[in-house]
Design a protein around this ligand. Sequence first.
Ligand SMILES: *Cc1c(COP(=O)(O)O)cnc(C)c1O
Length: 337
Amino acid sequence: MIDLRSDTVTRPSAAMRQMMAQAAVGDDVWGDDPTVQQLETLAARMLGKQAALFVSSGTQSNLLALLCHCQRGDEYLVGQDAHTYKYEGGGAAVLGSIQPQPLPVSADGTIALDLIQAAIKPDDVHFARTRLLCLENTFSGRVLPLAYLQDAARLAREHKLASHLDGARIFNAAVKTGVDVQVIAEPFDTVSVCLSKGLGAPVGSVLCGSAELIKQARRWRKMLGGGMRQAGIIAAGGIYALEHNVPRLADDHVNAALLAAGLRTVDAVTIDTAWVQTNMVYMVPKAGTAEALTQYLHSHGILVDPGTTIRMVTHLDVDKADVLATVAAIRSFYSGA
Ligand SMILES: *Cc1c(COP(=O)(O)O)cnc(C)c1O
């Protein structure tokens, strides 16, 4: 199978599994797991923050950040299509009584600064207290401009808001632009990073921020049932991912560009190549063909994320030959149809 549905489908390599199997472990809730501690130290250092917390998922990491930054009755500003708002089950509202203020996201993944500014509520009993700005980078594979991130975080600071970056794929942004990941993370109070996507670890994310905030996040994590015991086994996969799988994200970007370029030669599908910046390709098939195309690809051993716009994500278990085979299959679907 060529599985292009997501970069979450990556499986741990033999070398990663070996490191996991040999990991020194202890009870992490007691603070005894040296491998978890090693991962947290490594992640904090790489992201340029004081501390980090190893958590089960990106969803949990973002939720912990929201719970730390906002109290009951507070509000966070977030993109209408942001993961933190749209794809996390409403966790902030359900578990934190935190009100989202969703804002429209521009095609480049940014939220216009004037919209952010206008959404910040004055101190007035009618309003929830606006406390936090939440951005996402990369957003649908798009790299948010560094100057924008800095300006947006500054705007937040000027209004005494905290800032959180959902950096699930922040390393894709860093590798794509050549900007150090610390520089991208620097304007934000907290940054969440997924280890289980393009970086190839089987499980886990890290939340990075100040020592004080991470201490508070550790308490929330325990409350949410996220205190894990001999978690060094999975943390070792995360260490391996950070130590070995960052530079190779460039291969995924090359493969996504190759996929997009190949599909540009198929008349029946449309690709907006300007937005193919990292490891994601969004393809709009000719009206009425998306479902049949998806089924055809499936029957030819190719899995895609279905919809009227089909998403394809490159990752470490997809190589150049897989990309060429995918382009060929899509071409043959339309030439046969
Ligand atoms: C995947 C993802 C998350 C959540 O990660 P899970 O581990 O799936 O919970 C958060 N934000 C973004 C942008 C993501 O792509």
